[in-house]
Design a protein around this ligand. Structure first.
Ligand code: NAD
Length: 432
């Protein structure tokens, strides 16, 4: 295939560490030729990393999009509420678009992007990377083989992990639904997308319960300081202590990642606190002054910490799904129940088990090739998007085109509407 040229707007964790980094994973497939990023440090780092001249480094997406088309494709990796305006403008200029999920927290905006994709006859891929993981690809292959008969129900859980909740949904970017998105959309549009893909039918209605129960001021233990490093008296026994999470944690703490020589997305979440300097000193500085050093009971968060969602698809197929912060290990579990057998597994373990009723279970190890970034999903999605563009806007093989991506957002938005209305079922067609 030819080398596709790429502009990236939003040179943050996703834009730089995943999409931009793909230039070094598969240099023959993609070249970053323009960037837009308001934070000077990140922009300068991008300029150097991608060998760009000053004229191709913009302060904002809006500035970049005021130029004529600069590349074949554009990656929209800004924050949730910025995507649609930028993506629609990019389509009007002729770009094919890879838009991060969630497309938008507004159903109307999601539909607006879909309409624009058709109007300008361009590809819009959505960052539903889980469809590209070897794990869910195997589950899909087994469902499609017919070995479990017809799907009757699915049970699934997203184990958010206590520290991931604290990082992203209490202290971090997605803590406040009014600034970004409701958590069920931000975190679990992926899961809603997987259910839609596996079932292959329309979801008709959704009900949901959930709340922010723990990370609230009134739950703060006596003696808790406003910041973990400011003489907190309960630090020692607090699992959410920022120093335990970001400095000493054996999987993600800075001491561990520096020792292991991790960089880029492998250094997540440390690279979010201190994007251009992964030293312990820089991380301590970020904890002393930045948002990630705040006490989890004294933040400006309003998203849930646990939520359950029930879905009814066509033909009475049901899904029950739970997203919960209070888990020690991250990952997603799924159990697909069919008329002739069931399929179950844990994304984190990369193993899928199929049991045809009356036969011995078969377990498949799905670890193969590149397993970086979302259990191997990130780079496979980018590859497929570039191939689709190379083939001349052939969306046939793309698993995450805009048309199939909308339903996940409507399910998540219906769930949020239902939760806020006390659990009353919401029909998908009524989601605004
Ligand atoms: N596909 C996935 O699984 C996945 C995972 C994480 C995040 N996301 C989504 O990706 C998007 C980006 O998330 P992130 O973690 O990289 O966030 P981030 O905050 O690290 O990156 C966003 C970047 O956009 C920049 N920005 C803000 N306004 C801008 C503008 N007008 N023009 C250009 N750049 C601008 C910010 O300075 C920041 O560097 C979000 O919508 C998020 O929900 C998707």
């Amino acid at each position: 295939m030819r080398r596709i040229t790429c502009a990236i707007v939003g040179l943050g964790n996703r834009g730089n560490d995943i999409y931009g980094h793909y230039e070094f994973v598969n240099p023959e497939e993609m070249k970053v030729v323009a960037i837009a990023e308001p934070i000077k440090e990140k922009r300068e780092c991008g300029k150097e990393t991608y060998h760009l001249d000053e004229e191709h480094c913009f302060e904002t997406a809006e500035e970049l999009l005021n130029q004529p088309q600069l590349a074949d494709v554009i990656v929209i990796a800004t924050q949730d509420r910025q995507h649609v305006e930028q993506a629609v403008k990019a389509l009007s200029l002729g770009y094919h678009v890879l838009c991060e999920k969630p497309i938008s927290p507004s159903a109307e905006e999601c539909r607006r992007l879909q309409k624009a994709a058709h109007e300008y006859n361009r590809i819009v891929a959505v960052g539903h990377v889980l469809r590209y993981t070897p794990f869910y690809s195997k589950v899909k292959e087994l469902v499609d083989s017919g070995r479990i008969g017809e799907i009757v129900s699915i049970q699934a859980m997203e184990h958010v992990t206590y520290w991931h909740q604290a990082h992203s949904y209490v202290r971090g970017n997605w803590r406040n639904a009014d600034e970004t998105s409701p958590m069920i959309l931000a975190k679990s549009c992926h899961d809603c997308d997987i259910f839609s893909w596996l079932i292959g039918k329309k979801c008709e209605r959704v009900s949901s319960f959930g709340s922010l129960s723990h990370f609230r001021e009134e739950q703060a233990p006596e003696g808790a300081a406003l910041r973990c490093l400011d003489g907190c008296k309960v630090k020692e026994n607090c699992p959410y202590d920022a120093e335990k999470i970001y400095i000493t944690n054996e999987k993600i703490g800075v001491r561990h990642i520096v020792k292991a020589g991790k960089t880029g997305d492998d250094a997540w979440p440390i690279c979010v606190l201190s994007p251009t300097d992964l030293s312990e000193e820089a991380v301590y500085k970020a904890l002393k002054t930045g948002p990630y050093g705040r006490c989890v009971y004294h933040c400006d968060n309003n998203v849930v910490d646990h939520q359950v969602v029930n879905m009814e698809f066509e033909d009475g197929i049901t899904v029950d799904f739970q997203m919960c912060a209070f888990t020690g290990h991250g990952g997603r579990t799924i159990h697909v129940c069919g008329t002739k057998g069931d399929i179950y597994g844990n994304l984190g373990e990369n193993q899928v088990t199929l049991e045809e009723f009356g036969k011995n279970p078969e377990t498949f190890d799905v670890k193969e090739g590149d397993m970086s970034g979302h259990a191997g999903g990130d780079n496979r999605l980018i590859h497929d998007f570039l191939v689709a563009v190379d083939k001349g806007a052939d969306e046939e093989s793309l698993r995450t085109g805009i048309d199939v991506s909308i339903q996940s957002h409507l399910i998540a938005l219906a769930a949020e509407q239902s939760r806020l209305e006390g659990g009353i079922p919401v029909k998908l067609e009524e989601v605004v």
